[in-house]
Design a protein around this ligand. Structure first.
Ligand code: ZN
Length: 315
């Protein structure tokens, strides 16, 4: 088949407008601090994050998702819903200087708790309902700052309904919720925890994240999120869970997102830096696989390099 003919019958496309670049905004930094396990990615001071967002907008990237690294952490994650918290300030500043970029915010507590868990603890146990109440407060504070989409990543029971209710009653009925619906307890989050400085001080997150073994449980959780009022669903990580993504594509009409997580990025980057993989081709093949399985939107640390044309591949 000739190249023009292959182009003509191509079934799956990847555009920068479908990509969301994660940004780590750190309150205490003066200069970007590279993340060792994620070459090319750095924690950014606020002004740098604003500049980066503008650049991503100019490149045609669809959106950004913000993760905050606050100055202060405590047991109750109070900096997570502070009106002048790092994410809230970043949203306001980016909102002022961009108009085409969709601003998503990660709604969780693990970056803001001194113990690094996603919720309020009693002893070593997470209190579901107390946590959900705080998450709703966080989501409202993000919406008030100007976030276009709030994305709860905690996996607590009932959090989508509680966040929906809180947003509606505070006048943010039009702000959609992207639920991390199928979030698996995964080794592939390792580099992110370096980047977000949110490694749990003890224990792990197996109590509320999905076991990699359970496909049906993932689908059930995702369908529950729809009933609770989620506007978009996410599968995370992406490549190891394409079956889940595919099934949700068949079972729902909702927009679907997939998160190509830090470990997926780190694997590709490390192999590319060693010269063991052809980076452009491997990255495109991975992202196309995620699109082909059913993702409308892909959150990926490669968004900028794809959008800028630095990584280009023609199948
Ligand atoms: Zn968390």
């Amino acid at each position: 088949m000739t190249a023009p003919l292959r182009r003509l019958v191509r079934e799956t496309h990847l555009h920068a407008s479908q990509l969301v670049q994660p940004l780590f905004v750190a309150e205490d930094l003066e200069q970007p601090r590279p993340v060792a396990s994620m070459p090319g990615i750095a924690q950014l001071p606020l002004e740098h994050a604003v500049r980066e967002a503008r650049e991503l907008e100019q490149l045609g990237v669809g959106g950004i998702i913000l993760f905050g690294i606050p100055h202060a952490k405590d047991e109750r994650a109070t900096s997570a819903w502070d009106e002048n918290g790092i994410v809230q300030r970043a949203v306001r500043a980016i909102r002022e200087t961009t108009s085409q970029l969709v601003i998503l915010t990660d709604v969780c507590l693990c970056e803001y708790t001194s113990h690094g868990h996603c919720g309020i603890l009693q002893g070593e146990r997470i209190l579901n309902d107390a946590t959900v109440e705080v998450l709703a407060r966080v989501a409202v504070s993000h919406a008030r700052a100007g976030a276009d989409i709030v994305a709860p990543s905690d996996m607590m029971d009932g959090r989508v309904a509680a966040i929906r209710e809180a947003l509606d009653s505070e006048g943010f009925a039009e702000v959609p919720i992207l639920a991390y619906s199928a979030k698996f307890a995964s080794a592939f989050y390792g580099p992110f925890r370096d980047a977000a400085q949110s490694t749990p001080a003890f224990g792990d997150l197996k109590s509320h994240q999905l076991p990699p073994t359970n496909f049906r449980e993932a689908i059930r959780d995702a369908l529950t999120d729809i009933e609770e009022g989620a506007d978009m669903l996410m599968v995370k990580p992406a490549l190891p869970y394409l079956d889940v993504l595919r099934e949700l594509r068949i079972r729902t009409e909702m927009p679907l997102a997939a998160f190509q997580v830090s470990g997926e990025y780190a694997m590709l980057k490390a192999a590319a830096l060693e010269g063991w993989l052809e980076e452009s081709r491997a990255v495109w093949e991975s992202l196309i696989a995620i699109r082909r399985a059913g993702a409308d939107v892909i959150l990926t640390y490669y968004a900028k390099e794809i959008a800028s044309g630095k990584l280009h591949y023609e199948f």
